[in-house]
Write a protein of this length. Sequence first.
Lengths: 146, 148
Amino acid sequence: MKLNKASLFALFAVLELASDPERQLSTSDIADKYGISTHHLAKIMRNLVQEGMVRAMRGAGGGYRFAGNINRTTLLDVIQLFERLESDLDMPQLGDHASDPIVAELQSVSSEIDDLTKAVLDTITLATALKSSRLRAEAAAQNKNP
Amino acid sequence: MKRLFSIRRAVAGDLDAVIALDRLSTGAPKPDYWQGVFSLYVTSGRNNRVFLVAEADGALAGYIVGEIRAWEFGSPPCGWVTALTVSPQAREMGIGKEMFEEITLLLKQEGAATVRTMVDRDDKLTLSFFRSLGMRTGRYIELELELD
């Protein structure tokens, strides 16, 4: 599955903020942790504020806080703010109609894959993704200190 | 914090309440189906078939059905959850989670190392629920063909 950078950075930011909704983080805090461009992330954060998913905090320090519902927001909800997930097969438009059945079959296969992808992403809430991440972190810590 | 519900194995006397709860959830009355399920899972006395019910305020609040299946589709023995319903009036109390944890414990005791289930792709709520309990897309792909 390919996600554009905007979607990926948005997921980093939303999951990071949602992991502790009481905590305020700046764009640099998040960018440094994930090794991504602060400039690019700043644009993403403005979009997320506009969509109501995060809140920009005024005052000393500034930063952002998570403003959504971790049990209701899914990974697809975040991704769809920045891209369509439907595959774009870039089919040529000017072919002979004799090619239609094969073109239609490939589009049907592509649709099947898109439906499965959406069914996965739209049923993983932020809470579920964060719980899974925590379990990974615990397992990694146990492997280091058996 | 006091738990507001209890979970136990289903008994024959639960049949009518299960039929009613299923009808409330699906809109379709299936008395013959549930009679058959009860004879296989409730009164057969087999440990590899489990039917649990949840009770809250003296009424049936949910049920979960599961079993060990061996070698179907080439899979070594594993647990399956084949039905799970929580009454709309009893949701968000942790009943579904507790029933799932209880049944997976019982299936594990019977030798299962994996538990599987199947959910309609459009049933976001149920898919999200199972995922919240740690389930992920499995290695088997369900295929189907319309028979004209």
